[in-house]
Ligand binder design. Structure first.
Ligand code: DX5
Ligand code: ZN
Length: 219
């Protein structure tokens, strides 16, 4: 099995020292940047938007994984491509024509991701899994960093892994919310490929070391 990737969530960074925190991720063993875009409609919070992403992308030297927690994501696919997103993830719950949205993301040269809220069943992706590069399983209700991990996620990872294998897809499974050194290994063993970690990384004393510790645990 390929290595498990770690994607620090910039939502937990210090926005007054954003370049410093972006450089920290560049220098660390982290694999991706995870960027949370919230519109205050799909989720009860507003994070940051295009100008901030543009400036992050200017300094980021790793894959930029953008998680859109917004309604009508189709309106912004081209914009996010031009801002430097490598992976663009939309929410299943925000897409009426998910298949069309996935094609539109890929047409802009990005990898296409679909995020599922904790209440959304993984089997709903059976008919689209071959078109999805990444499934982001929300292990908290989206909208805020620093929440506790929902234990039912392990079972969802296993069920989704089965679907991926059964359909011969090459989709990666990403876990987002409440990831720490306490659940990382169990998530990997259940079949996760990418672990997003916000507070666990940025609120720690030595984020570079915390990322290294996670990578060691997953090696
Ligand atoms: C939640 C966001 C997450 C969040 C994770 O809505 O999608 O990416 O930043 O933060 P932690 O790791 O603190 O739960
Ligand atoms: Zn996220």
């Amino acid at each position: 099995m390929s290595q498990t990737l770690v994607a620090p969530s910039v939502l937990a960074a210090d926005f007054a020292n954003l370049q410093r925190d972006v450089e920290m991720i560049n220098e660390s063993q982290a694999d991706w940047f995870h960027i949370d875009i919230m519109d205050g409609v799909f989720v009860p919070n507003i994070s940051f938007g295009m100008p901030v992403l543009r400036d992050i992308a200017k300094h980021a030297k790793k894959i930029i994984d953008v998680h859109l927690m917004i309604v009508e994501p189709d309106r912004y696919i081209k914009t996010f491509a031009s801002l430097g997103a490598d992976v663009l993830t939309v929410h299943y719950e925000a897409c009426t024509h998910l298949h069309r949205t996935l094609q539109a993301i890929k047409a802009e040269g990005m990898k296409a991701g679909v995020a599922l809220n904790p209440h959304t069943n993984v089997h709903l992706l059976e008919d689209t899994i071959q078109d999805i590069d990444l499934v982001c399983l929300m292990s908290v209700n989206p909208g805020f960093g620093g929440q506790s991990f929902i234990e039912n996620t392990y079972q969802k990872v296993k069920d989704l892994r089965e679907i991926i294998v059964e359909k011969g897809a090459s989709t990666k499974i990403e876990i987002d919310g409440g990831v720490t050194n306490k659940n990382a290994l169990q998530l990997k063993e259940a079949g996760a490929d990418v672990l997003v970690a916000g507070s666990y990384v940025f609120k720690s004393e030595d984020p570079i070391q915390t990322i290294a510790g996670l990578k060691d645990l997953l090696a």
